[in-house]
Design a protein around this ligand. Sequence first.
Ligand code: ATP
Ligand code: MG
Length: 326
Amino acid sequence: MKRLLTGLKPSGELTLGSYIGGIKQSVKYQDSYDSFIFVPDLHSITVPQDPILLKERIKKNVALYLACGIDPNKNTIYLQSDNLYHANLSWIFECLTYMGEASRMTQYKDKASKNINVSVGLFTYPILMTADILLYDADFVPVGIDQKQHVELARNLAERFNKRYGKTFTVPNPLIPEIGAKIMDLQNPTKKMSKSDDDTKGTILLLDSEEVIRKKIMSAVTDSENIIRYDVINKPGISNLLTIYSSLKNISIEEAVLHFEGMNYGSFKHEVADLVVEILTDIQKKYHEIMSSNTVDEILDKGAKIVNNLAKDKYETVLKKVGLGR
Ligand code: ATP
Ligand code: MG
């Protein structure tokens, strides 16, 4: 069975973008792949984090994965920092990465332009991501469009290592959803909805209350044409809401456009809000049940054992190939 790997860093509260572009994809694939899903906590400290909030979010993220439909019997679920081999392998890949190729990462350029004090970690995190993927020989990595370039880096580094030291790593492939590869901010629909944004007016959090969800969707920025059609360039706001609706309904954009034909923007937004509320209310109910049990710790303990065993073997092979150790 081919292996699939996903992670959503606990850098902020998970959003509707995290769900549609990330978790929902993994739920869809969990029957057909040997699935790994983890909390990449090491990645979250590339920008400053409050230690207390970070620790809480690690547990919340796992509970949300489960509440969103990730089945612990079909997935290996683990915390990145429970396995020291991620960071060790990352060092090996850092020494194989050229400054030029790391500097071309658009996420880095984008985030660096918004931060005054940019950490070296923000620059090298795509290499840690390469280690996350290659450590377990993942064949597929479901990602939103913003992470495609990082999976390409992982492919290049796998090929470079294999060429230099002999076949060692599986070359991974990105899996990009047909619909929902980039959910946009509701207030600024030309910008990606991101969990690390300070202003959450345009971001739907998975744990937002019904009232807040409705308010955010009803005040989503649109246009004055009052015709519901899909046109990302001229109608980014309406197109984004159509994307959210069709992804959550599991229908095509064309079917969604047909469904809303002739409707005014107010009624359209209302129906989108109803659907988002219905799905998130169900997720939240399950989330609260999971948070009040020991499930998360039990699952992470089990996952840590499995991935440490796998990683130890892989890392020892790598050391031997590179000529490190005794
Ligand atoms: P941050 O702002 O801290 O980078 P993020 O919201 O971009 O957070 P990540 O943890 O970087 O979330 O990404 C986790 C996964 O979710 C990735 O596969 C990413 O492509 C996907 N993803 C994140 N935001 C969106 C979005 N708005 N639309 C579709 N997919 C998304
Ligand atoms: Mg991101």
